[in-house]
Design a protein around this ligand. Structure first.
Ligand SMILES: Cc1cc2nc3c(=O)[nH]c(=O)nc-3n(C[C@H](O)[C@H](O)[C@H](O)COP(=O)(O)OP(=O)(O)OC[C@H]3O[C@@H](n4cnc5c(N)ncnc54)[C@H](O)[C@@H]3O)c2cc1C
Length: 302
């Protein structure tokens, strides 16, 4: 119930205005968000690189309502790629299609993605298209497949909670597409997604076992020690080398486990979000773990 309420609140514009203008909640957002400026995200990236972790930088934003905002987001991503190259960082970029205008027009959005992927390719880098609510899944996959047929510098995300994901994995692998596997962070009805955690976890393991031996380099994104242990067991069983896949985790989540994986010689990428539009991202992180909400409430009232 708490999860559903928080995910519902994440869509409220008036609550967003209150939370993002409040000094205390702004400060608390730093638990999951590197900062509002690119320079803060770059500093966090360097700190991760110094600890042997790769990074994916996400310029926060979603569901833009004007082409001007979508174009501004595209320009910001072009700058992020240039900055990564100039600073010689070990980082790629993650973006959301609704930030690049998917709600306005599929063709317009695809053109925007293509121009970012061209910049990524010119910088010998990579763009990961995050997966949003199930309303966008089919269009996101179609755009990624079309852009992937023009440049390999793009990949996307599959959410284990969706029933359709096994088919999507097979489809994307046929295009040689690199996939990030996660459980899924949005509020979905039982018609499209497994309602029970144990079924999501079972599907996660099933999909991970399809990805690892596929011959392409994928990202296993989770903080769940059971999913991580299953991946390590699967890699050993299928004789897949540690450098042939990577684990991925979110900035500020399970830093103990992050350090442990690096110590054990696994490749690990940290997803670092930055920017002013941090409210929906922050709410999804609270929704994932009720203890986070209690922690923030305690600090807020203190
Ligand atoms: C790199 C990365 C990229 C992602 N990209 C997407 C995407 O594109 N689309 C999408 O829908 N979802 C995305 N997600 C979110 C994902 O779908 C899950 O919602 C999130 O990772 C929690 O699931 P879990 O696998 O960690 O397992 P869970 O079973 O949810 O959690 C396992 C354990 O991890 C810890 N944990 C998990 N979340 C938190 C948290 N917020 N705060 C503190 N501890 C926590 C807790 O100890 C928990 O017991 C991404 C996640 C990662 C790591």
């Amino acid at each position: 119930m708490v999860r559903s309420a928080l995910l519902k609140l994440s869509e409220s514009k008036s609550f967003a205005r209150w939370v993002t203008s409040n000094q205390i909640t702004r400060k608390m957002s730093h638990r999951f968000v590197a900062g509002e400026a690119l320079s803060e995200a770059i500093a966090a990236t360097r700190a991760c690189n110094d600890q042997g972790m790769m990074v994916s930088l996400d310029y926060l934003g979603e569901n833009v309502t004007t082409t001007a905002d979508a174009q501004r987001a595209r320009d910001s991503y072009l700058k992020v790629f240039d900055r990564i190259a100039a600073e010689k960082l070990d980082a790629n970029v993650s973006c959301k299609l609704t930030q690049l205008g998917l709600d306005l027009s599929t063709e317009f959005c695809e053109g925007q993605v293509l121009s970012i992927v061209e910049r990524a390719a010119a910088c010998q880098n990579f763009l990961r298209v995050d997966m949003e609510g199930s309303h966008y899944t089919a269009r996101t996959i179609d755009i990624v497949k079309r852009v992937r047929s023009r440049s390999p510098a793009i990949g996307t995300v599959i959410q284990a909670y969706l029933y359709r994901s096994e088919r999507d994995v097979q489809d994307l692998l046929a295009y040689g597409c690199r996939i990030r596997l996660c459980k899924g962070a949005y509020k979905e009805p039982p018609q499209v997604a497994f309602p029970k955690k144990q079924d999501v976890d079972a599907n996660y393991v099933k999909l991970m076992r399809l990805l690892l031996p596929s011959g392409f380099y994928h990202g296993i994104a989770t903080h769940d020690p059971k999913m991580i242990a299953a991946t390590i067991r699967c890699a050993a069983e299928m004789k897949i080398a540690k450098q042939d896949f990577e684990f991925q985790m979110l900035y500020g989540v399970r830093t103990d486990l992050q350090r442990q994986l690096v110590r054990d010689g696994f490749r690990l990428r940290i997803y670092i979000p930055f920017g002013q539009d941090w409210f929906p991202y922050f709410m999804r992180r609270l929704a994932e773990r009720p203890a986070n909400l209690a922690f923030f409430m305690r600090n807020f009232f203190r």
